[in-house]
Design a protein around this ligand. Structure first.
Ligand code: MRU
Length: 365
């Protein structure tokens, strides 16, 4: 996507071989681009959320493997790299998916061929992600078009949670791709952006994306969505996912479940933008089986922002010493999901719906 006329991806490899990312910890205040050059850099970048969002976590891990293969392409190094990167974040399944892709390929090759093949596969994973998201956009656009037509060309109001935008993927985003496609087509669209406490990915990243791309939007507090839905101000919700089970349960950023409940109670369609690498075919019941990341208490007791003197820092908002819980994701049961917008079309959130669109992947699992 473009920032001030320059096209960026969220991760890329320069002609000299350096892997670069946008360090998302400083957005929206500063656009900082950093190089990742060791396995430790990649592990830190994923764990400490310089990069985040399920597809981007996967793409970053793939490049992390490649960088390590250039350093040491032995079997021991390959296995250790899998472990080191895999343990960085537990919930987004794209991490395991990308690491499995890399391991499968590299184990079949002699060590001297591994680095080059790894960089090629990492680049392909990035390109595939861009194409998957573009297609999700086209498939989601059809839904937005229908609503626009039903409203006689009136404004389509979309609510989204967290950041499932281009910053969370390599480009386009998943939940935002239909929105960007609708804007390109000239559909009158408005986005309600949940701030998404505790890390405020909505306020800091999605709002920044919307502003950059001239998309009409309002930032809302996480508790406002239900009220807006009750008053007919939301036509549909589109969110992303970190892991979707074989029966269509959707794990996504904490608070997604509450939005789905409010949408269900108010008859608002609740769609999930789902790239196929985010399906975990080995898991059925999302509530019982998906590991939910618990992050630092400080994310809840503090907020980050830019101070009047321009310094980006964190401010304590609770009494010093108050304990906090910080589950980073929750699971929305399939029964609350209207449909899954995938690169192959829109599927009902059910085992049959997913298997019908992805018979090859369901069979292989
Ligand atoms: O903790 P984060 O910022 O990595 O969580 C991101 C989300 O929950 C996104 O909605 C999800 O990864 C889908 S990204 C296309």
């Amino acid at each position: 996507m473009k920032i001030d006329g320059t096209h960026y991806r969220s991760i890329w490899r320069e002609a000299d071989g350096t892997v670069k990312i946008i360090d998302q910890r400083w957005l929206p205040h500063e656009l900082r681009i950093v190089s990742l050059s060791t396995r430790k850099d990649f592990a830190d970048a994923i764990r400490d959320m310089w990069v985040r969002g399920a597809p981007l976590i996967g793409a970053t891990a793939a490049y992390g493997v490649a960088v390590q293969m250039a350093e040491d392409a032995s079997d021991a190094s390959l296995s250790e790299t899998y472990e080191v990167l895999h343990e960085t974040r537990p919930t987004a399944i794209n991490l395991r998916w990308a690491l499995d892709e890399m391991i499968r390929l590299l184990k079949s090759l002699p060590p001297e061929a591994r680095a080059e093949a790894a960089f090629r596969r990492a680049a392909d994973i990035c390109d595939e992600d861009v194409e998957i998201n573009r297609r999700i956009g086209v498939n989601g656009l059809a839904l937005i078009r229908e609503i626009a037509a039903r409203k006689g060309g009136g404004r389509v109001n979309v609510l989204t949670h967290c950041n499932a935008g281009w910053l969370a993927t390599v480009d386009w985003g998943t939940a935002t791709s239909p929105i960007y496609h609708a804007v390109e087509e000239g559909i009158d669209i408005h986005v309600f952006v949940d701030e998404t406490r505790p890390r405020n990915q909505g306020a800091q990243l999605t709002a920044w994306e919307m502003l950059n791309h001239g998309v009409s939007h309002d930032l809302i507090v996480d508790n406002a969505g239900g009220h807006l839905m009750q008053h007919g101000e939301v036509d549909l919700c589109i969110v992303g996912t970190d892991r979707t089970t074989a029966q269509g349960d959707v794990c996504n950023k904490i608070g997604t479940y509450l939005k789905a409940l409010a949408a269900h109670d108010n008859g608002v369609p609740f769609y999930v933008a789902l790239p196929s690498p985010t399906i975990d075919w080995t898991v059925w019941d999302g509530v019982k089986e998906i590991p939910i990341e618990e992050r630092a208490q400080a994310e809840v007791t503090h907020v980050q922002g830019r101070m009047p003197d321009g310094v980006i820092g964190q401010v304590l908002i609770s009494p010093q010493g108050t304990p906090a819980r910080n589950p980073a994701f929750d699971v929305t049961p399939a029964r609350l999901v209207t449909g899954l917008i995938t690169e192959r079309g829109v599927a009902p959130a059910s085992a049959g719906g997913l298997a019908a669109l992805f018979p090859d992947l369901a069979r292989a699992a």
